[in-house]
Design a protein around this ligand. Structure first.
Ligand SMILES: *Cc1c(COP(=O)(O)O)cnc(C)c1O
Length: 374
């Protein structure tokens, strides 16, 4: 089955008991069992597993082309369960441009568990090779990356990692499986903040991991999730499953709108740089073209007027809401450095934009009036 069909049908079968076309939400925390705890229908307790969550897991695994998937209370719960299931002494490499939470996890929590973390430019394959040669257990990539929209070559990194006995994990949140399927390119694990494009409406927090194989690494994370308990609530699983159905259609519109905005911004005198992998001038354009179906709904822009211009522009926008997060129907903008806390890594002249599903003419008109206010 093709992606658009899987997005609607995987995990979406009519309810066997009632024929309901829309999946039911099972809120029960506990499931009736036999006198010696024999399972009646495969379930025992909600933290260990529930039918609504299982539908979403099936959908995520199918959409990523994985053997199996796990869902979590948030993207960071997925990331931390995976990283903290590594044995003490494990060596991990993360990208120099990546989600702030992953960077904080790597610097504040992993060292205390005896896990060493290297920070690498994943576009520099020689640097990655050197790290692999020093010894590596897990290579973590995020492509396109937050917020610089750097592109990493998933197939090349998978080959490097595997040649040195390491696993490759790809944070696929920005692209979504509608645009990029890392497992097919050789990655071993895909991570998602389903809070973003999967949910699609800025109203449900969640995370997921899709695994190429239902192997020992998968079992370790599944067991850790069951014991430590950062599980996705059934209502959240249901909302996210609902988001799966429209993901391909929404992504097509996000991409078209983002391309239009990237091209508009790139032509404006106030703009120093537009980071959008769909632009031919983007350093990762060729790799993005090779591994993505389209270039996504996220971009960042740097202004010639520096921090002051960036703050003036965000303040003057009317349709774009000043807010963090991404992947919803409404367009959002944020001065990333201000959101990153006391040690920001983003340039002060940079705005990150999550392009929504409004009419592109309205979005461009709003950007135009706000640029003139800088
Ligand atoms: C939001 C995000 C995360 C973290 O996910 P939460 O659901 O907020 O915990 C991780 N990676 C990327 C790329 C994200 O955008």
């Amino acid at each position: 089955m093709r992606f658009e069909t899987l997005a609607i049908h995987a995990g979406g079968e009519a309810d066997a008991a009632t024929g309901a076309v829309t999946p039911p939400i099972h809120l029960s925390t506990t499931f009736r069992h036999g006198p010696a705890a024999e399972r009646v229908a495969g379930y025992e307790y909600q933290r260990e597993g529930n039918p609504t969550n299982d539908r979403l897991r099936e959908a995520v695994a199918a959409m990523e082309g994985g053997a199996t998937a796990l869902t979590f209370a948030s993207g960071m719960a997925a990331a931390s369960n995976l990283l903290e299931s590594l044995p003490a002494g494990a060596r991990v490499a993360i990208p120099d441009d990546c989600y702030t939470g992953v960077r904080m996890l790597a610097s504040e929590f992993l060292p205390a568990r005896g896990i060493t973390v290297d920070v690498l430019d994943m576009a520099d394959l020689e640097a990655v090779r050197a790290a692999c040669e020093r010894g590596l257990d897990l290579l973590w990539v995020e492509t396109p990356s937050n917020p610089l929209m750097k592109v990493s070559d998933i197939a090349a990194l998978a080959a490097l990692a595997h040649a040195h006995g390491a696993l490759l994990l790809c944070d696929n949140t920005f692209a979504s499986p509608a645009l990029q399927q890392p497992l097919a390119l050789g990655a071993d694990i895909v991570m998602h903040s389903t809070t973003k494009y999967f949910g699609g409406h800025s109203d449900v927090l969640g995370g997921a991991l899709a695994f190429a194989r239902a192997d020992e690494a998968f079992q370790r994370v599944a067991h850790r999730l069951h014991v430590t308990g950062a599980v996705l609530a059934p209502f959240s699983a249901w909302l996210t499953l609902r988001g799966c159905r429209s993901l391909p259609a929404r992504m097509a519109m996000h991409c078209a709108n983002a391309r239009r905005i990237a091209e508009f911004l790139a032509a404006q005198p106030e703009v120093k740089q537009v980071n959008y992998p769909g632009l031919a001038a983007h350093p990762g354009h060729a790799v993005a073209k090779k591994q993505m179906r389209d270039f996504g709904g996220m971009l960042s822009v740097r202004l010639r007027g520096g921090r002051d211009a960036a703050l003036a522009m965000t303040g003057a926008l009317r349709l774009f809401t000043n807010a963090t997060s991404l992947g919803g129907c409404e367009s959002l903008v944020e001065h990333r450095a201000s959101v990153e806390g006391d040690r920001p890594t983003s340039p002060q002249d940079l705005l990150r934009i999550s392009v929504g599903l409004e009419h592109p003419d309205d979005l461009v008109a709003d950007l135009e009036q706000a640029l003139r206010a800088t």
